[in-house]
Design a protein around this ligand. Structure first.
Ligand code: ATP
Length: 483
């Protein structure tokens, strides 16, 4: 599994999906750039989400709020005081770790060794310490369970301290006297502060949702596993505003709706599971994660949280502005529901994690060996709607007017589909390159094409080739790549 994950990472680099940021300067830790194909795939994932959430729901609209927000936003949201990780340093290696992560690793170790009782006990002790924010207790647990630094191998630890995950910067031209602002650690707050702007200008009636896609920044201390945990990443979030008392119903609805969205991409259902939170954040009355089985285990890709009226009430308090909605629908006693602060169900998915999931799920090294000959190919079995390139057009040879004919077909298709044209190398090699980047269709123009206007279309997954008329191409491709 480690091997498979390594292969995905090097494949992503080799074909222009993901590069390390500032690579020529040896990179910047936990920051990545998307290359020419990665940018396309990422856009297609965004489109799939936006269409499913905004276009398909009459009562959900999308916004694009700024990354910078008033500093008070983060006081109101609780991030200034509470967005912390408990950290511990090893005095010998000078390496810093998340205390809870060290304990989690130990729990996993116990489980692997069949010490299930010990694992359960440590889990319970850790949960209790985290809930009580009892930092000295976390250190005691690390010592009691004889956890050593993975680098130095020693057990020489500092005390556990809280470490805030927000990045801050100076706002305005003069550093002196100007305010400190934060890079947003989540996109949600941009939605909450615009709740009434959108509701009034869009004449939205509860229940309704506001969606957005955008960058978020967290000074993650343990940054690892490629684009799984980054310091600059992108979220796709939707906040759904409901009548108080109807939150549980909508939480259940969004839980199922979001899992359906994942499964509609054709991923094997047993790769997904829910992980319901037992220990809830202070603002939530229910929460679940949608987890995917990565090569390194089941991990969260998306969170669905029932956030009560916490955020809007907090902003009402800190801003002094009413965050209420007037509901003139009638309740069971025939009276209008009247004014209230709505309850919120949030769905929050990491775009980069979804990207990684998509790459891992699509990556395959297929054995094509026959008794006569050893052979294999690397391919990305991407859903055609997500594939960066939809169709590749190849003239069989570089002469006899075949390139011109191939260009003519491309000029027609490129209005609707992302196409590439390629005339170099043997045809088999060209097919394999397209397999490796997940292109669902290759179209080959040969001498027969000039006589009867037919081409061969080759299907990525089956490698099957069909002879069809040029005028059928558009419909065949569209049938597979459209949403
Ligand atoms: P984790 O427990 O993995 O740190 P979280 O519970 O803090 O995640 P949320 O605050 O619920 O995450 O954020 C919603 C989603 O944003 C996550 O499900 C994940 O997909 C994504 N996400 C969060 N932090 C990062 C990060 N550092 N890098 C990439 N994606 C992230």
């Amino acid at each position: 599994n480690d091997e498979q994950f390594k292969n995905v990472i090097s494949h992503a680099k080799e074909y222009g999906f993901v590069f390390q940021s500032s690579e020529i300067y040896d990179g910047l830790s936990a920051v990545y750039d998307y290359g020419q194909l990665g940018a396309e795939l990422k856009n297609n994932i965004k489109t799939y989400w936006w269409k499913a959430m905004v276009q398909m729901h009459e009562n959900i609209v999308g916004i694009d709020s700024a990354i910078f927000m008033h500093p008070k936003v983060w006081k109101a949201s609780g991030h200034v005081d509470g967005f912390n990780d408990p950290m511990i340093d090893n005095k010998d290696s000078k390496k810093r770790y998340r205390a809870d992560q060290l304990l989690e690793d130990k729990i996993a170790r116990y489980e692997k060794d069949g010490k299930t009782e010990k694992a359960a006990k440590l889990q319970a002790d850790m949960d209790a310490a985290l809930t009580a924010e009892d930092l000295p207790r976390l250190k005691v647990l690390i010592e009691e369970h004889e956890i050593a630094c993975p680098v130095s191998g020693t057990k020489n630890w500092t005390d556990v301290r809280q470490f805030n995950l927000m990045f801050s910067t100076q706002f305005g031209a003069m550093a002196e006297g100007s305010d400190e602002v934060y890079l947003r650690p989540e996109t949600a707050q941009g939605i909450f502060v615009n709740f009434l702007n959108v509701q009034k200008s869009g004449r939205m009636k509860i229940p309704f949702g506001i969606a957005q896609i955008g960058k978020a920044f967290r000074n993650e201390v343990i940054a690892r596993q490629f684009i799984m945990r980054m310091r600059e990443f992108e979220q796709m979030e939707m906040q759904f505003f409901v009548r108080p008392g109807e939150d549980k119903k909508w939480f259940a609805y969004w839980k199922e709706a979001r899992l359906k969205w994942h499964k509609a991409l054709g991923t094997s259902p047993d790769k997904y599971r829910f992980h319901d939170h037992v220990k809830l954040a202070h603002y939530a009355n229910a929460a679940t994660d949608i987890e995917f089985e990565f090569p390194f285990g089941f991990k969260e890709v998306e969170g669905i949280h029932s956030r009560t009226d916490f955020d809007l009430t907090q902003h009402q308090e800190y801003s002094g502005k009413k965050m209420q909605y007037f509901d003139n629908d009638l309740d069971e006693n025939g009276k209008p529901y009247g004014n209230y602060v709505p309850y919120v169900i949030e769905t929050s998915i990491g775009l980069d994690r979804m990207f990684l999931l998509t790459m891992i799920n699509a990556f395959e090294e297929e054995d094509l060996s026959t008794p006569e000959k050893q052979d294999s190919r690397t391919l990305l079995r991407l859903h055609p709607a997500l594939a960066p390139i939809k169709v590749a057009i190849f003239p069989l040879t570089k002469k006899d007017g075949l390139p011109e004919k191939a260009r003519e077909i491309m000029d027609h298709l490129k209005f609707d589909f992302n196409c590439v044209y390629e005339e170099k190398d043997a045809i088999g090699k060209r097919y394999r390159r397209m397999d490796a980047i997940g292109t669902p269709f290759c179209v080959t123009v040969d001498h027969q094409t000039l006589e009867d206007n037919t081409v061969t279309i080759r299907h990525r997954d089956t490698m099957e080739q069909q002879r069809i008329e040029i005028k059928e191409l558009h419909t065949i491709i569209e049938g597979k790549v459209s949403w």
